[in-house]
Design a protein. Structure first.
Lengths: 527, 318
């Protein structure tokens, strides 16, 4: 079955899960670079219509349970049916959604969220502080299986102050807490006796669930009482799982669907030529990485790590693997669109001489380095590894590409083998990204990296509310990761998606997720 | 007739044994795959704690053999259990999908079986003619291409270039019957192209085989027309092998269409099974496997019964 291209692309769910969980909302300063397609006519959303969106994910094993959201379909479903305390807008800033406003104590330890009044759930119940607390609590505690569990470990206590205010106390100050609490997992659902029913589809979102067949489709009807009067324009939204790339593009060009995610980078130039199709691209936070285990030989030597970092031609990877739909990385996980991206940091260039020098200094001459890769890590990972091998050969470094099976890649290869291909969707804030994958002892510190100065800065920056001071600290941290960290970050990948010209996307799209922060059902309309 | 009843009873007993062995193999196979459902679903977010909590919730902390016998006991009582991934009743989950799979299979069979038999009989009738060669070349070519290729070509021709049929078979329970037929016509045509050659060639070969028999010669000497000789005299005796091939292809239409389901985004049982295997959702995989294996057992039994019924020598053994 594996040799059958059609089938293996259909079964390649690891890729999607990974891309999805890896990323979250985005904190960027640039407005997402939507195309100029709305330039000509005045922007006016039309009410009504039946939207059919083709989504590249979705499996029969999905459910409505927010604890186990695992792919792009869950994400679209979540933002169609539910709301969160805050939402990320096109500038990458988190704005109050179900909360009306929030306030932090000077040490950023105590946060109080004032809830919007008169918001109704699809079943007519009015939103109260107890619903919010129950929805957050569902992801906390010993017995939860939620992916947001580690995010919420910092919460010390929660209490309702009246019906419309929730006060959350943290173990330590966190200036970015509104981002954390607006994570897509923490969908606000109605509480009954202090507990939410996780598998129920009742929320406060722009559309109310009509019918959900996991792995096939979701149908939702307009929520007439939606609290955002200028959002949620469609009468009905239908999300259809179309995993097969060719099927998805055919469905779009033959008018079976109105929009789709994940355009095929290899043929996107042909899709652009099609009449009546708009191809859109947003700068993402998603990046492809190659983590080395810095706790084991030979990757414990920083000279070897530098040698490998210098022996890769990143430009060529962007050109060949991403077909130009992305930007080169600089061996740290902070995207150029992140708020505190270190612009002054020199771009790492392909330099076989330096690579040779460091390789020799590490005393590794004549040895072979193994690089494990599978397309489960990211589309084209194996090809990228082979290109890497070619580049490194010019520096006299012999890389052996080990092709791993897609199946079980994340349990058997990632964080197990010395050096492998991997990918992260990025995190909305510098702190979140670093805490998740670079802090000493973090569950997903996939380089097993431990750097005292870095960890010191991480704690200091987290509790700092002064933006300039934070910037200085995050700059230094990016430099440390780039020069000492165990990760090679060849590139950041853009989101490329398409719609027919009957669809009017937002004027400026959010880049935190694909398809306008995955809030297309709420933000887009028919033209 | 008692001969047949005895055979049916024997076959059923053997069938149950087969199903039991299949279930055991599937169970062991899934257990051997790396990772379990908790790890697969949590993916990157899996930490030892969340995996342990998830396993406990699903009852995966119980030893494998106990889980197997629990499942077996439930199955014997007609309870297929619930999906581990989304807690839905498997009977409900599968019922819908199996209905879709059968609908596609029946549509494809309704086109392909009469078509194949007609083409086969005509090929036998006009043996070595231009028609015979042409139909052989065309059907053999279509069976030689991979299914997804045939599907893409059809989509290109009749839904992109000439927009007659929809490129995806997007159906739900609410879709009216004829609308459903229209939407599955393209996948059904794809399957027809894939299965027709096998049945057509067998029909042709079985009939030609008989044409040398003395009783056919007798019929010819009586001055009967070629068409009458073939349809009335040769065909009934050629039915047994034809039925077997038709039935094997019917079974294929039910269990082997996952690629077509993917290309046409058709919510059938194949896709359900592939999803469940990749997530290690064991009860769903087991239930699907039972249905697929059961389909083969039943259809083979049907083929044997029909072959006996069409053959007086087998029906009344001395």
């Amino acid at each position: 079955m594996k040799s059958d291209n059609k089938l293996s692309s259909a079964m390649n769910t690891d890729v999607s899960r990974r891309g999805f969980l890896g990323g979250t909302a985005a904190l960027g300063v640039t407005a997402a670079s939507t195309s100029a397609l709305m330039g000509k006519k005045a922007y006016a959303a039309k009410k009504g219509g039946h939207l059919r969106a083709g989504i590249a994910h979705g499996s029969t094993t999905d459910s409505l349970d927010p604890a186990t959201y695992e792919n792009g379909f869950s994400l679209a479903l979540d933002y169609t049916l539910f709301n969160h305390l805050g939402e990320v807008d096109h500038t990458g800033t988190v704005k109050p959604e179900l909360a009306e406003s929030w306030e932090a104590s000077p040490d950023a330890k105590t946060w109080s969220f004032k809830l919007r009044q008169g918001v109704e759930f699809h079943n007519g119940k009015t939103l109260e502080a107890s619903d919010v607390i129950a929805s957050i609590e569902y992801h906390m505690g010993e017995d939860t299986k939620s992916a947001a569990k580690s995010l919420l470990k910092q919460v010390k206590s929660m209490k309702a102050d009246g019906k419309n205010e929730v006060v959350i106390e943290l173990e330590a100050g966190n200036a970015d807490f509104p981002y954390v609490i607006s994570d897509y997992h923490i969908a606000i659902k109605p509480a009954k006796d202090g507990k939410i029913d996780p598998t129920e589809g009742i929320g406060t979102g722009p559309y109310a669930l009509e019918n959900y067949e996991p792995g096939v489709r979701l149908m939702a009807n307009k929520n007439k009482n939606y609290f955002k009067s200028d959002r949620g324009h469609f009468d009905q939204v239908e999300l259809i799982t179309i995993i097969d790339l060719a099927a998805r593009q055919n469905a779009l060009t033959t008018g079976e669907i109105d929009m789709m995610d994940r355009a095929d980078l290899k043929t996107v130039h042909l899709l652009k030529r099609q009449k009546g199709i708009n191809v859109m691209e947003t700068v993402g936070y998603k990046h492809y990485t190659m983590p080395m285990r810095t706790d084991t030989a030979p990757f414990d030597s920083n000279d070897l790590r530098l040698a490998l970092k210098y022996s890769l031609d990143r430009e060529e990877l962007v050109k060949k693997i991403l077909r130009g739909h992305g930007v080169v990385g600089n061996d740290h996980p902070i995207s150029p669109t992140n708020q505190y991206h270190a612009e002054g940091l020199a771009q790492r260039m392909y330099d076989p001489d330096k690579a040779k020098f460091h390789f020799k200094k590490a005393g590794m001459e004549g040895t072979t380095i193994q690089l494990s890769a599978a397309d489960a890590a990211f589309p084209g990972a194996v090809d990228a590894a082979v290109l890497y091998k070619e580049h490194a050969a010019k520096a006299g470094i012999d890389i052996e590409v080990v092709r791993e099976p897609n199946d079980g890649y994340w349990s058997n290869v990632w964080m197990k083998k010395g050096w492998c291909a991997c990918y992260w969707g990025g995190r909305p804030t510098e702190d979140w990204m670093f805490t998740t994958a670079y802090a000493a002892g973090a569950d997903w510190n996939d380089t097993f990296w431990k750097h005292d100065r870095f960890n010191e800065l991480l704690l200091a920056a987290r509790a700092e509310l002064d933006s300039d001071k934070r910037r200085t600290m995050y700059y230094e941290m990016q430099e440390i990761v780039s020069n000492d960290g165990g990760v090679v970050v060849p590139m950041f990948a853009n989101y490329v998606f398409a719609a027919t010209d009957k669809i009017l996307p937002s004027e400026q799209m959010a880049g935190n997720w694909e398809l306008d922060g995955s809030k297309f059902a709420e933000r887009w309309s028919f033209a | 007739m008692s001969q047949i009843l005895k055979m049916v009873a024997q076959r059923f007993a053997l069938g149950f044994l087969t199903l039991f062995i299949v279930s055991l193999i599937i169970f062991l196979g899934i257990e051997l795959l790396p990772g379990d459902i908790a790890e697969e679903i949590l993916g990157q977010s899996a930490t030892p704690e969340t995996v342990a909590a998830f396993r406990k919730e699903l009852g995966l902390d119980v030893p494998a053999h106990i889980r197997y016998f629990d499942w077996l006991w439930g199955m014997l009582q007609g309870d297929m259990g619930r999906s581990l991934a989304n807690k839905r009743e498997i009977s409900e989950l599968i019922g819908l999908r199996f209905g879709n799979t059968l609908f596609l299979a029946v549509t494809a069979a309704a086109i392909s079986v009469p078509l194949a038999l007609t083409l086969g009989v005509l090929a036998a009738l006009y043996r070595h003619s231009f028609y015979d060669r042409a139909v052989n070349v065309v059907t053999l070519s279509s069976i030689s291409f991979p299914e997804f290729f045939v599907a893409y070509i059809l989509i290109f021709l009749v839904s992109v270039t000439f927009p007659i049929f929809p490129s995806i078979a997007n159906i739900s329970d609410a879709t009216p019957f004829w609308d459903k037929v229209y939407k599955v016509l393209l996948p059904a045509l794809t399957l027809t192209l894939v299965v027709v050659a096998h049945m057509m060639r067998m029909t042709r070969a079985a009939i030609i085989n008989l044409l040398a028999s003395p009783y056919i010669e007798m019929a010819n000497l009586k001055g009967l027309s070629r068409a009458r000789v073939i349809v009335k005299h040769a065909l009934p005796n050629a039915l047994a092998p034809i039925i077997n091939v038709v039935v094997i292809n019917l079974a294929y239409l039910i269990v082997g269409v996952v690629v077509v389901e993917v290309v046409f985004v058709y919510p059938g049982l194949g896709q359900l099974m592939v999803d469940s295997v990749s997530k290690r959702d064991l009860p769903v995989v087991q239930a699907s496997a039972m249905i697929f294996a059961g389909t083969y057992v039943l259809l083979n039994l049907l083929a044997d019964i029909l072959s006996i019924l069409t053959n007086p020598r087998l029906l009344h053994p001395r």
